[in-house]
Design a protein around this ligand. Structure first.
Ligand code: SF4
Length: 169
């Protein structure tokens, strides 16, 4: 049986959601309700569209220009089981993986015992951009983040060292 994931959209060749040419999968469903969110249509868990994950994986394989994959939102951590399946396949293709989330890295780490889906997804993520969008901290001059409270975190280095490794000042 084909496996489905519910998406709000796809950016096929994006330059603004991480380094290099990337495919961006926008998840459907978000609980954070950040004031000033740019994508309120992605909040409803019943919105968006079910997509066949194996087809999405094959489409990525067919584009040698892609350097990486970004999971954006909605909140990808609400679809972690499905995205873990996709991310594992993309890792096997040698692609770099970014994910955005409204949860903080610390909250995710403290929840791993009760969230095997988060634990699995995290295994394949190189970079996590974490935290809710704060419109009072919105800053157009920063790259890859909507507000300055959000952090660009090297996930695997952080897990290896036990210290949160943030890749900007
Ligand atoms: S986490 Fe992202 S999608 Fe969810 S409400 Fe906040 S800004 Fe919007």
């Amino acid at each position: 049986m084909s496996k489905k994931v519910r998406l709000s959209g796809i950016a096929y060749e994006s330059l603004v959601n991480g380094p290099g040419i990337r495919r961006v999968f926008f998840s459907q469903g978000c609980r954070h309700d950040c004031e000033g969110c740019f994508n309120p249509e992605t909040h409803d868990f019943n919105g968006g569209e079910d997509r066949d994950m194996d087809e999405l994986i094959k489409e990525v394989k067919d584009n040698p220009m892609l350097k990486g994959i970004t999971f954006s939102g909605g909140d990808p951590f609400e679809r972690a089981e499905e995205f873990a399946y996709m991310a594992k396949n993309f890792k096997d293709q040698g692609l770099n993986i970014w994910s955005y989330t409204g949860y903080t890295y610390e909250f995710i780490m403290n929840s791993l015992d009760s969230r095997p889906d988060w634990k699995e997804f995290l295994k394949y993520i190189d970079i996590l951009v974490d935290g809710r969008f704060d419109q009072d901290k919105m800053d157009d001059t920063i790259r890859f983040r909507g507000s300055s409270n959000q952090r660009i975190i090297d996930v695997q280095e952080s897990r290896n060292t036990g210290v949160v490794i943030v890749l900007h000042d």
